[in-house]
Design a protein around this ligand. Structure first.
Ligand code: 6PG
Length: 224
């Protein structure tokens, strides 16, 4: 899917803008992409859906995980990698990243990524939009610093206006610990404050779920 969307976007607009998810689930996808030196990397803008408020060499850093799995490969031009500078104070990192995105998407009401990869937390969060967190209410900024009380930490995240402006959104969900959140997301009626991933409703883009058997549940709970 990623390769097809990349070729389509590059054919139509000369570039492919991709927002990468953090966490552990997408590692395998990034490792697969890292084997594809043949892809048109000079026309692929690699951005991030969110970041922890840590330096890029911190074990918790999404930029570090993406570097280790993909962007350290010699065929990925460093100038095509747009990380969130988690080493800055969160609010400054958010402003800095938003400025970068506004250079990538000049004049846009909201950055319209060709593809945004998202994960799903067991608590229903996605990107760094966590239950009852302030950034859930953000309707104008493209990027927000977000206080996560449950983790006693700050994160930097794309906001719903950007997530929902995307041409394509792909959730990658794996593990039995995600079954409840996935069913709440797909078939529940909980408010976005409880299951933030329910706030991902692309304005005109597609929404796709790649779910492993464990996350899909024992069968009786299959998502509709
Ligand atoms: C992050 C991610 C986050 C992640 C989910 C699922 O920075 O951690 O953006 O939203 O996708 O927490 O994480 P796993 O893939 O590790 O289960």
């Amino acid at each position: 899917m990623v390769e097809r969307l990349a070729h389509e976007a590059i054919e139509e607009r000369g570039r492919f803008t991709l927002a990468l998810s953090g966490g552990s689930t997408p590692r395998a996808l990034y490792e697969l992409l890292a084997q594809r030196s043949d892809l048109p990397w000079s026309q692929i803008e690699l951005c991030f859906g969110d970041e922890r408020a840590v330096p890029p060499d911190d074990p918790a850093s999404n930029a570090r995980m993406v570097h280790e799995t993909l962007t350290q490969r010699p065929f990925v031009p460093p100038e095509r990698v747009h990380r969130i500078r988690g080493e800055l104070p969160a609010a400054e990192a958010a402003r800095d990243y938003e400025q970068r995105l506004r250079q990538l998407f000049p004049g846009a009401a909201a950055a319209r990524f060709d593809l945004i990869l998202l994960g799903l937390g067991a608590d229903g969060h996605t990107a760094s939009l966590f239950p009852d967190s302030p950034a859930l209410a953000e309707t104008r900024a493209w990027v927000a610093a977000n206080r996560i009380e449950a983790l006693n930490t700050e994160r930097i995240t794309l906001t719903f206006p950007v997530l929902n402006a995307a041409a394509h959104v792909l959730f990658l969900v794996a593990g039995a610990d995600k079954t409840h959140a996935l069913n709440e997301l797909l078939a529940g009626s909980a408010p976005v404050s409880v299951i933030p991933a329910r706030g991902v409703q692309p304005n005109s883009g597609t929404l796709t779920f790649f779910v492993d058997e464990a996350a899909a549940g024992s069968g009786e709970e299959t998502a509709h």
